[in-house]
Design a binder for this molecule. Structure first.
Ligand SMILES: Cc1cc2nc3c(=O)[nH]c(=O)nc-3n(C[C@H](O)[C@H](O)[C@H](O)COP(=O)(O)OP(=O)(O)OC[C@H]3O[C@@H](n4cnc5c(N)ncnc54)[C@H](O)[C@@H]3O)c2cc1C
Length: 486
């Protein structure tokens, strides 16, 4: 491992009631504070952007090197939008901030005593990064509630890879069905099961039916895509529990009209090549449903690195792996470690983009206040509402007393999403694409790649397990080393 460009820093520990930790280096003519942000999602990107031009050196580390607008992943999966429209290179996004460095790497180890993070490159070699302040914004991943083998047949929906994998499965299923004679095998390929009745599950289910009844309706000769069955499963007694019952009721009616078959009160307890098993929560026998395409949106859990961080810092996580945070979003006993976004474990903080953006801005504000020798403020989340797309011309929008559905909800939903998409070009082209789909049924991004499990790029999927990694500590990291000072 190469040596690191670390310099002694003067710290203002305990200068405020919350414990200011950012160094006073600049003011004393010494070194600049190193801020390491892990994750370039909503929390990390907003934090790094806000620190642009501040007297600190920021390193933003992300395992994918791009910011992904997760709320529109399902539109990428179902062929409406392209990968480029819902994501942006972090390097390009932050190029204007000369004190911000962006790096591609998967954070794998934290050494809190040395204030060092080890990251893995796509070729499995590692490098280390120093920090004075760490901002953990690595988000959540799909949870299969301990049944990891389900992921093989039922991809989740958290990354661009997930969206493209789903696109391949959806369009591939119709193509395969077209080559089969009528019968149970063809029916299986024309049956799509979605597990999880939250916004993502609802959006996906609605989109698949729309795809079948509009974009694909007149293109096939052997099958009738409109025969495609979409089954939506949720263990609760209603869909969209984060929305008011009246709004969720309207969404349910719209989905039913679209032809989505909703099955409530049962959990998907098995997923296999040819279908799923659903077990009722109360009485009743488990039931099998043949379906060659199964999609999983039922739960989330912290990414593995977050669990590792919690362990290293002696923090007890909740069941999903969220890390408990103090009033200022730092970990107890570690005023130099912020946790923002989905990973921040506090009861009043929801797993939504707005909380991540506000949390990222808050961490940046604390760092700036530390620099100015001012006390940090407590983080207060402002709920600006939520929205969910149901079908063409129908969406829900809930913000305080405002509750919209149908066309008005759809307009509000569209405006919010356009406003928060990263990059002007993405906003303009997404708006143009949406206007195009109002006039015509077609989808412009239906092309799918077959992928190859044997490709030499496979390590790029960061497939190695934590158990295969070396234990923490600079002397034990493996591979071709490089060093970078955060
Ligand atoms: C399909 C879907 C639809 C959604 N729809 C909505 C919606 O309509 N409205 C809403 O408000 N919210 C929505 N959300 C939730 C919202 O996207 C999240 O709350 C938000 O993205 C959380 O931001 P974050 O910064 O905490 O994490 P993320 O945005 O998940 O970003 C985490 C980043 O960390 C990186 N990372 C992870 N592990 C590592 C590591 N070990 N090393 C380096 N980098 C790492 C990832 O590559 C990623 O870029 C949706 C989420 C999904 C998945």
């Amino acid at each position: 491992m190469g040596s690191l460009n670390r310099a002694p820093l003067i710290r203002w520990c305990g200068a405020t009631s919350l414990g200011a930790v950012v160094t006073h280096g600049l003011a004393s003519g010494m070194v600049r504070t190193k801020v390491l942000v892990i994750g370039g999602g909503f929390g990390g990107l907003f934090c790094a952007r806000r620190l642009g031009g501040t007297d600190v050196d920021v390193t933003l580390l992300d395992r994918a090197a791009s910011h992904v607008f997760q709320p529109l992943l399902y539109q990428c999966a179902t062929g409406t939008l392209s990968v480029g429209q819902i994501s942006r290179s972090l390097r390009e996004e932050l190029a204007g901030h000369h004190n911000v460095t962006t790096l591609l790497g998967d954070a794998v180890l934290l050494d809190p005593d040395a204030r060092q993070v080890t990251a893995r490159r796509p070729d499995e070699t590692t490098f280390t990064l120093d920090y004075d302040v760490l901002v953990l914004a690595a988000g959540m991943r799909q949870s299969y509630f301990g049944q990891e083998e389900f992921a093989h047949w039922a991809p989740g929906m958290k990354t661009l890879d997930d969206a493209l994998s789903i696109r391949r499965r959806l369009f591939g299923a119709f193509e395969i069905a077209e080559t089969l004679p009528p019968g149970p095998e063809r029916d299986g390929w024309l049956t799509f099961a979605v597990s999880g009745g939250g916004p993502t599950g609802v959006e996906l289910a609605g989109q698949i039916r729309e795809l079948a009844t509009r974009a694909l309706a007149k293109e096939f000769h052997s099958i009738d895509p409109e025969d495609a069955r979409v089954l939506l499963f949720d263990g609760g007694d209603r869909l969209l529990k984060s929305f008011a019952p009246a709004l969720a009721g309207k969404a349910t009616a719209t989905l039913a009209k679209l032809g989505v078959e909703m099955h409530l009160g049962g959990h998907v307890t098995d997923v296999r090549r040819e279908g799923i098993t659903v077990t009722p929560k109360g009485e009743g026998e488990p039931q099998d449903y043949p379906a060659r395409t199964v999609l999983w949106t039922a739960g989330v859990e912290a990414v593995p690195f977050a669990r590792h961080v919690a362990g290293q810092l002696g923090a007890t996580t909740d069941r999903a792996g969220r890390i408990p945070v103090e009033d200022d979003l730092t970990v107890a006993g570690h005023p130099e470690v912020f946790v923002v976004g989905d990973l921040a474990g506090r009861k009043d903080l929801p797993g939504v983009a707005e909380n991540a953006m506000q949390g990222g801005l808050h961490a940046a504000a604390c760092i700036r206040r530390d620099l100015a020798g001012e006390p940090r403020k407590a983080y207060k989340y402002r709920d600006l509402g939520s929205a969910a797309y149901i079908s063409r011309g129908h969406a829900l929008l809930q913000a305080g007393p405002v509750k919209l559905s149908g066309f008005l909800g759809w307009l509000g939903w569209g405006l919010i999403h356009i406003a928060f998409l990263t990059g002007v070009q993405n906003r303009v082209s997404t708006l143009a694409t949406w206007l195009g789909t109002i006039a015509r049924a077609h989808r412009t991004d239906r092309v799918f790649l077959l992928g190859s499990p044997t490709s030499p790029e496979q390590p790029y999927t960061w497939s190695a397990h934590r158990s295969e990694l070396p234990p923490p500590g600079p002397s034990t990291a493996s591979g071709t080393e490089g060093s970078t000072a955060a």
